[in-house]
Design a protein around this ligand. Structure first.
Ligand code: PA5
Length: 432
């Protein structure tokens, strides 16, 4: 298995017998997942995505990515939630947080907020550059991307004229009739369709995530291969053979002990958006009818200097899931100073990755001692294949865990409430 669950930091908190007691519940969750697949209106298309991909699907994405790379200095990805987090996570994790300083086309993400200042900054940065855009919205009607799309469509049409603009607009939207799909068909924009049975936060391995990844020169075939390996590895419904099941069981055991907050943690800043992707995946899937574990993305050691005190001494409601990479792909060797002014010469010639690893191990040991259970998801390397594996591992764990909590992990009815109120206000109506 590419991703392994290490349980040393949790054995003091969850007994073997408690795991055994959870067995019927987790088996039922696995059963529900299987049954969901048989239903016509199922939302588990993500589950078999990697084995259903064919070379035509990949070629179509690669062709568009190539066109974008040829035409554009700047590629703007317009989307919110599941329609942008996975792609941004992949680009930062597999390339770097500094991708835009080091590569072309630069990639900007808009349509994930409604700040005029944010929008204006990106519009200004784009106006004198060669530009392509990809608007991503499964429903085709989400306000944030819809407004940003208007702005960028208008910029493109003013800059290039309507005919050329059309060649620079790429649409990724749901296969079911919607206003964006309608416009794309009328205008003849290059369009990728998101299967009906895959929800936003489970859609990163569709063109939603794969097209921006391919534009960033990420090997999407390897990503899909990694997901496929995970699909094969995580089929068993025996907890001892399936770490995504075991992870779901641990989370539910801890939840029963009133651990209602999970810190998703990494010692690699490039994981920031990946952890945000985890946050959306688990929060929107599990947080229903008063249930659910509240996920918080955390980058250490940075955040040890802000929340470390709280976690160490007041973490009774918390547990942590660390994503640990076995082998760092980059290295820096600490230099020796002639005068040891900071008394750090004992670290001279040491690898920075070693120091970071010791910070990780020291943190796990301190937090465990402080009463915070620590789960470790260990991956050998940071590459395309591991990324695809980790995505599927977490999607499956989330689906199982959601069923164990007694909720439908694939809907998000609560998100509508703020939208209804916002639109009422926008239309000048009174609050009810
Ligand atoms: O997981 C989900 O379904 C949501 O987070 C959506 O991804 C998000 O709301 C964006 O929706 P859409 O792609 O329809 O614009």
């Amino acid at each position: 298995m590419a991703v392994k669950l290490k349980a040393d930091g949790i054995i003091d908190f969850v007994k073997e017998s408690e795991i055994e007691l959870m067995e019927p519940q987790v088996k039922l969750a696995m059963q529900l997942l299987k049954e969901a697949e048989q239903k016509d209106d199922n939302m588990v298309g993500w589950h078999t995505l990697s084995i259903n991909f064919n070379s035509n699907d990949v070629d179509e994405i690669l062709e568009s990515a190539e066109r974008i790379r040829r035409q554009a200095d700047v590629f703007v990805v317009i989307g919110v939630g599941g329609s942008y987090l996975g792609a941004r996570a992949a680009i930062e994790l597999l390339k770097s947080q500094f991708y835009n300083y080091e590569h072309t086309p630069q990639i900007y993400f808009v349509g994930n907020n409604m700040s005029p200042s944010y929008l204006n900054h990106v519009l200004n940065m784009c106006k004198d550059k060669e530009l392509c855009i990809n608007v991503i919205s499964k429903s085709g009607g989400t306000l944030e991307p819809a407004l940003a799309f208007r702005a960028f469509k208008s910029l493109l049409e003013t800059k290039y004229g309507k005919a050329e603009a059309k060649k620079r607009i790429f649409v990724t939207t749901g296969a079911q009739k919607n206003s964006l799909l309608n416009l794309a068909e009328i205008e003849g924009y290059k369009t990728f369709k998101i299967p009906v049975n895959i929800g936003g936060r489970f859609s990163v391995l569709t063109p939603v995530g794969l097209l921006p990844m391919a534009v960033a020169d990420i090997d999407i075939q390897q990503v899909i291969l990694g997901a496929k390996e995970a699909f094969e590895d995580l089929r068993s419904d025996n907890i001892a053979e399936n770490d995504s099941m075991l992870y779901a069981v641990y989370r539910n055991c801890l939840y029963k002990k009133s651990r209602r907050i999970e810190l998703f943690t990494s010692f690699e800043p490039d994981f920031e958006f990946f952890l945000k992707w985890c946050q959306q995946l688990f929060a929107e899937s599990e947080g229903k009818f008063g249930n659910g574990i509240f996920p918080v993305p955390v980058i250490y050691s940075t955040d040890l200097h802000s929340i470390g005190q709280f976690v160490q001494e007041s973490g009774q409601a918390l547990f942590e899931t660390f994503i640990d990479i076995e082998n760092a792909e980059d290295e820096y060797i600490v230099e020796k100073e002639l005068v040891d002014y900071d008394s750090l010469n004992f670290l001279a010639d040491k690898k920075m990755s070693f120091i970071n690893k010791m910070a990780f191990l020291g943190t796990v040991s301190a937090h465990t001692k402080g009463g915070v259970p620590c789960i470790i998801l260990n991956m050998p390397k940071k590459n395309e294949r591991e990324y695809g594996y980790l995505i599927y591992f977490l999607e499956k764990a989330c689906a199982i865990s959601g069923y164990m909590l007694g909720v439908n992990p694939f809907d998000q009815p609560g998100v509508e409430e703020y939208k209804t109120r916002m639109f009422r206000l926008l239309k000048g109506k009174q609050e009810e």
